[in-house]
Design a protein. Structure first.
Length: 294
């Protein structure tokens, strides 16, 4: 009977640890009812198994759907089967805001797979300041460069809020890539996209006025970190103006002026560290970006 109970619960999608607890409770309850009639015991066990099976099935139906990983992230690129393997490669950890996951200049080779949260990628400037290079969210893989070329870390990764992630040893990840060549190609595509982003920013610095640079960066953030709302596209990234300035390669005062003009033209609204794009086609037009740029 216990074997039947265990099989029912496992088939219904219950976690093995939970199944073990339920079985222990069931055995204890059965011991207390040994003085009841045999027919009553059988009826109790049958009803109990049927109830638990219904509960398991309802929990399975009501289980939360798998997360929809953001566009462009490593997990979004993978096939479902490969994604599940990657999620099981590392050791999971959870940290609050302000924690450094990767230190610039340190020689280490593990990778970090972000599962939930927002992080900033920064690099040190010669004058001692830090430049914000990019943002990474749940589904992104970071630390892949040092893992692939065995060189010191090129940037620092810092959490912007509570973050859940897993640490993946390099040898385990490289073995996964050898066994799953399609995932290796997706990793190469991800690295290429990041290189394209960096090249775009370098070209922007020399080719466009600050206002156009700001429009281009905000439009790109809409694509990678935006969500639709009745007011427009909300960028779910808490960016300070100094951080936006480092991404755009401009002085903070120039960023402030550009944002005022974009607000006056009703292209964007800004609140405390939040940007809402009211007219994305207009913003893309100002930034000289094609409407189908994906």
């Amino acid at each position: 009977m216990i074997d039947v109970l265990s099989e029912l619960l496992l088939d219904a999608g219950w976690h093995p640890a939970v199944v073990l607890s339920v079985v222990a409770i069931y055995v204890g309850a059965a011991a207390l009812l040994r003085r009841t009639s045999r027919s009553a015991q059988l009826r109790l066990r049958f009803d109990g198994l049927r109830w638990l099976a219904r509960m398991g099935l309802s929990m399975r139906r009501g289980a939360p759907p798998q997360p929809e990983w953001p566009y462009g992230t490593f997990l979004r690129r993978l096939r479902p089967a490969d994604r599940e393997i990657v999620l099981g490669l590392g050791v999971r950890r959870q940290v609050p805001a302000g924690q450094i996951l990767i230190h610039e200049g340190i020689r280490e080779s593990h990778l970090v797979l972000l599962e939930e949260g927002l992080t900033k990628v920064t690099a040190s400037l010669p004058d001692g300041r830090s430049a914000l290079l990019s943002l990474r969210v749940g589904g992104d893989l970071v630390g892949e460069m040092s893992a692939l070329n065995d060189q010191p870390r090129s940037a620092t990764i810092t959490t912007c809020g509570p973050t859940r992630y897993s640490v993946i040893p390099r040898d385990r990840f490289t073995r996964f890539l050898k066994e799953h060549p399609e995932s290796a190609l997706e990793l190469a595509a991800m690295v290429a996209d990041r290189l394209r982003w960096s090249n775009r920013r370098r070209i922007d610095f020399t080719s466009y006025h600050v206002k156009i640079r700001v429009a281009r960066v905000i439009a790109e953030l809409c694509r990678t970190h935006g969500r639709r709302s009745p007011e427009g596209v909300v960028i779910d990234v808490r960016l300070t103006q100094p951080e936006l300035a480092t991404i755009c390669g401009a002085a903070e005062t120039s960023i402030q002026k550009a944002l005022r003009e974009l607000r006056a033209e009703r292209l964007v609204d800004t609140d405390y560290r939040r940007i809402t794009v009211r007219d994305l086609p207009g913003l893309r037009g100002l930034g000289e970006l094609p409407s189908d740029d994906e």
